[in-house]
Design a protein around this ligand. Structure first.
Ligand SMILES: Cc1cc2nc3c(=O)[nH]c(=O)nc-3n(C[C@H](O)[C@H](O)[C@H](O)COP(=O)(O)OP(=O)(O)OC[C@H]3O[C@@H](n4cnc5c(N)ncnc54)[C@H](O)[C@@H]3O)c2cc1C
Length: 416
């Protein structure tokens, strides 16, 4: 029997994970990517200003991201993720200069909240019970409606956690998405909360091994091959229009559209998708991290939110960084460097070689209203499936969500 063809549009993590699932002898997988590189919002590139290969943004995974870890295991690069042996998160408050390390215990029972050396300083165990209100929120509520967005526990734990996970000012974020994050992290215990970083870069860890895996299994990855239009016929997609080339689909063939929401909406008539986005700003400084610098350091009361240490580089992440989009680049680099220098006991002058990367549409805005606009994987056309971190995964826009969406679309395509 001739294998059927599955066209996957978009070589971000959603498209690559779908392709990896489907690259078996029964399917001829072709991945079509509009740009000259795979990886989408999760990519590495050589940057002339810092004179080194950097990532578009620091990406953090947690040991409880089971779909992401299974993907990495399948493509043979799980060993490239590094992190501490235990779930530990050092923090610094730039205003009070207080430093502490959150130390979750391994199991589901949160003993750490009863231990003043493990929990957030100046909090009491009973403060943490407010988190329970976030675990089962009323549908359609925002975080600000579910809990009081104030107090020490909020500013030192809940706000940094939700800002990083939801990429939105937490009170405006969807309580349902916040609950999903807390269920899969804090409530799942320290074994699910170990921070993991692609120390050698996103591309060598997540993208290049996936491309090798696909090529070894006969899948074709076509870069600079943008889908321009979809030709529909009754209940099915009949052909894909790439401008210079039309690919006709046989009856058993399928399409997985794994492009961002605005691209999907322009290709699929009548599709409802999230329409609001939030930015993420990253600042990269070419400097050797000092001895003892933790792989990730949480910062409270600064523009900087997280400092990541890589070989030869310190990199800063600012989530929901929309207010910084118009700040002059050098001003921003100087502001952030002053904070990094304070946090890492490095000289404030001279400013090391730097780069600012601003991803304007880093993720969809994780509000209750936008969350309701996320479609499932199936469409009105029997051979057209959707994937992407913005589809209805039940999670905010994350690597884990993108990979789960790709897996789900692949399973539907397989069952078709
Ligand atoms: C700066 C930054 C920091 C982040 N930090 C984290 C983090 O710490 N942890 C975490 O879990 N997540 C993080 N994320 C989110 C994570 O990167 C995304 O959730 C994930 O990469 C989305 O993958 P995707 O495949 O759904 O979409 P994308 O990566 O957007 O992939 C879509 C692909 O489709 C292609 N495409 C578009 N139109 C067409 C077309 N017509 N034809 C062919 N191809 C097309 C695009 O070029 C792109 O390659 C971060 C994102 C950013 C931007």
């Amino acid at each position: 029997m001739m294998p059927r063809t599955v066209h996957i549009i978009g070589a971000g993590l959603a498209g690559l994970s779908a392709a990896a699932r489907l690259a078996t002898p029964d399917n001829r997988v072709i991945v079509h990517e509009a740009t000259a590189f795979a990886g989408g919002r999760c990519r590495s590139y050589h940057d002339a200003s810092v004179g080194m290969t950097i990532d578009n943004g620091n990406h953090l995974l947690l040991s409880g991201n089971h779909a992401a870890l299974a993907f990495l295991r399948a493509i043979g690069s799980e060993h490239r993720l590094v992190g501490p042996a235990a779930a530990e998160f050092p923090f610094l408050d730039l205003k009070s200069c207080a430093r502490w390390t959150l130390r979750f215990n391994g199991g589901r029972l949160p003993f750490w909240i009863f231990d003043s050396t493990r929990r957030v300083p100046d909090t009491r165990a009973r403060d943490y019970f407010s988190l329970a209100r976030l675990l089962w929120p009323a549908p359609d509520k925002s975080v600000g409606e579910a809990i009081a967005a104030k107090g020490i526990l909020y500013s030192r734990l809940i706000e940094p956690l939700l800002l990083a996970a939801l990429n939105i000012d937490p009170p405006r974020g969807s309580a349902k998405l916040a609950a999903a994050v807390i269920r899969e992290t804090l409530a799942a215990g320290g074994r699910a909360c170990r921070p993991l970083i692609a120390r050698d870069g996103l591309a060598p860890t997540l993208i290049e091994p996936a491309l090798d895996y696909l090529r070894e299994r006969g899948a074709l990855v076509r870069l600079e091959h943008q889908l321009r239009a979809i030709r529909f016929e009754g209940q099915r997609v009949a052909a894909l229009d790439f401008g210079d080339e039309i690919a006709a689909l046989d009856d058993a063939d399928a399409v997985i559209l794994a492009v961002p929401p605005y691209a999907a909406a322009s290709l699929v008539p009548g599709l409802t998708v999230p329409t609001e986005f939030r930015a993420i700003v990253n600042a990269h400084f070419r400097i050797e991290p000092p001895a003892g610098q933790p792989p990730i350091l949480g910062i409270i009361n600064g523009t900087t939110q997280w400092i990541f240490a890589f070989p030869g580089r310190l990199s800063v992440t600012v989530s929901a960084g929309d207010a910084l989009l118009d700040t002059p680049r050098e001003e921003l680099a100087r502001t952030i460097w002053a904070e990094v220098a304070q946090a890492s006991a490095l000289p404030a002058e001279p400013l090391p070689p730097w780069q600012i990367v601003r991803e304007r549409r880093a993720t969809f805005a994780a509000t209750p209203e936008q969350d309701k606009k996320r479609p499932g994987a199936r469409t009105a056309w029997r051979n057209l499936l959707l994937a992407g971190d913005w589809t209805n995964t039940g999670l905010p826009a994350t690597i884990e969500g993108a990979i789960r969406s790709g897996n789900r679309a692949a399973e539907f395509a397989r069952a078709q």
